[in-house]
Design a protein around this ligand. Structure first.
Ligand code: MD3
Ligand code: FE
Length: 210
């Protein structure tokens, strides 16, 4: 028994907790399964409804995938690039997300969507809310792989103060309850090299979308 045990959730808000290194034991399997997904549904820069390219490249797996184009933001069953269903969510992804949510108290969480985000040096994600899902009582689970990033954690209004916390390889975060609709974003990725992902940061976000 160690005094400074790192086990267990680190609560950064009443409904938001970081499970440090929770995904690290599965990194090889996650990476292998991710490669298979992006062979079927390649990384792409989606367009905002206003016609700007989104800096983060994205793909999806699971029954529903998040898409953005001139028609708006939505979840849909088909990859718009191929017209066929998104790749099936691998058991490795699904079981990790379910186990993490349960650690945070969301024992009923069964994601139907997983958005894959790919960051290169300099890529940022502006402050936004995730509100394209049907049921905000369901949490979002995020898994960080590869290079570290500075996560911005705001409030329920865009103008609220923003906290910063670093997310490292293997960290899993569960966002639920009162924190589900907080504004959040990622500062520009610092260049670097990670043994698993090379010059990239990858984030997986698991959602109950439909
Ligand atoms: C807090 N992704 O995909 S994950 C996103 O690292 C997104 O790629 C970021 O924001 C990334 O929408 C951040 C952490 C995260 C995800 C969803 C949240 C934090 C959240 C929803 C509500 C509050
Ligand atoms: Fe988000």
């Amino acid at each position: 028994m160690t005094l400074f045990s790192s086990a267990g959730p680190e609560w950064i808000a009443p409904g938001a907790c970081i499970l440090r290194d929770f995904a690290s034991p599965y990194e090889r399997l996650l990476w292998q399964d991710l490669q298979a997904i992006v062979r079927q549904a390649p990384w792409r820069h989606m367009q905002t409804p206003g016609g700007q390219a989104i800096a983060v490249s994205m793909s999806n797996c699971g029954r529903l995938g998040w898409v953005s184009d001139r028609g708006g933001y939505r979840y849909q069953m088909e990859d718009p690039l191929s017209g066929i269903p998104w790749p099936v969510m691998p058991a490795s992804f699904e079981s990790l997300a379910i186990a993490a949510a349960a650690q945070a108290g969301f024992v009923q969480f069964r994601p139907d969507a997983c958005l894959l985000n790919r960051y290169e040096a300099g890529t940022k994600l502006g402050l936004h809310q995730d509100k394209d899902e049907q049921d905000f009582s369901q949490p979002i689970v995020s898994v960080s792989l590869g290079l570290p990033a500075t996560f911005l954690f705001g409030g329920l209004k865009r103008s609220d103060p923003v906290l910063r916390t670093e997310l490292y390889h293997g960290d899993v975060v569960v966002w639920g309850g009162p924190d589900r609709l907080r504004y959040h974003g990622i500062l520009p990725l610092k260049p670097g090299w990670h043994p698993l992902t090379g010059k990239l940061r990858i984030n997986l976000t698991f959602r109950v979308a439909g």
